[in-house]
Design a protein around this ligand. Structure first.
Ligand code: HEM
Length: 239
């Protein structure tokens, strides 16, 4: 492939990576708000879940179609795979390149290079943590509601996945958006400072919101075993 064609292909891949990253970051923000509906009460989250399953289209206006959630999960999974695959080409490819990066980090205090390294590290962590969550959502979409979600968080140990996932997903998304904004809208010093502040502010806000949601889910998890008595048509917390 000649240089001109290679440059054109790289430019296209760059746009694709930026666009897929922006869509995924937007998904994460909306997702955190949807889960945060638990902060407004168990019934609110239940109705939000049913709305995501398009329950309003069913005869009784409530029973949804959980496979819709599986489809969304598959779409998100495919987008993540594409995003990660394109990102791989920017990683150091051999020992020499890793050593050079290490040397640069040791000798130059360049904040944005450090942020790039954080993005690589959180990307790796996502690669390990996210499949556990995404597969559960794709394979058991009918098991999403305040009580079953609460049971997953408290009794099935998913808190140990969600707490670190919340941190790395959020940092990855916010650093990504910051870098995207610098790349496409220009790196003037005043803008850089403002964007950095926004990045830190939004990261803290989303991590706080996610942590509160996890606490609320933990709190509404029904007593041991009573989840067995919960049916999809029961909108009441099992006792
Ligand atoms: C269609 C795909 C997805 C669905 C349906 C979904 C749904 C949910 C639900 C219902 C919870 C509450 C806990 C539970 O029920 O186990 C949750 C928690 C969480 N999810 Fe997802 N999720 C999806 C994809 C993702 C992706 C792609 C990410 C990260 C990039 C993510 C990050 C999180 C985090 C960090 C939590 C912890 C709770 C919080 O802090 O709000 N999820 N998700």
């Amino acid at each position: 492939m000649d240089t001109c064609n290679r440059a054109r292909r790289d430019a296209r891949l760059d746009v694709l990576q930026s666009a897929s990253g922006a869509v995924l970051a937007l998904f994460l923000c909306i997702h955190l708000f949807l889960v945060a509906s638990i902060l407004l009460g168990e019934q609110t989250m239940y109705h939000v879940v049913k709305a995501m399953e398009l329950g309003f289209l069913s005869a009784d206006g409530l029973h949804g179609y959980p496979w819709v959630v599986s489809l969304i999960g598959l779409g998100v999974g495919a987008l993540i795979a594409l995003h990660a695959f394109i990102a791989l080409r920017k990683f150091p490819q051999n020992g020499r390149q890793w050593r050079r990066l290490g040397h640069q980090l040791d000798t130059q205090a360049h904040g944005d290079t450090r942020l790039w390294v954080w993005q690589v590290a959180t990307g790796f962590a996502l690669f390990l943590l996210l499949p556990v969550h995404l597969w559960t959502m794709i394979l058991q979409p009918e098991a999403i509601d305040p009580w079953r979600s609460g049971e997953r968080v408290r009794d099935l140990g998913m808190i140990w996945v969600y707490a670190p996932l919340l941190l790395v997903a959020d940092l990855h998304a916010m650093i990504g958006l910051y870098r995207l904004a610098l790349k496409w809208f220009g790196p003037q010093p005043a803008r850089r400072t403002l964007l950095r502040r926004l990045k830190t502010g939004f990261s803290l806000a989303f991590i706080g919101l996610g942590a509160l949601s996890l606490l609320a889910l933990w709190r509404v998890a029904p007593p041991d075993g009573s989840i067995l008595y919960l049916t999809q048509s029961t909108m009441e917390r099992p006792r």
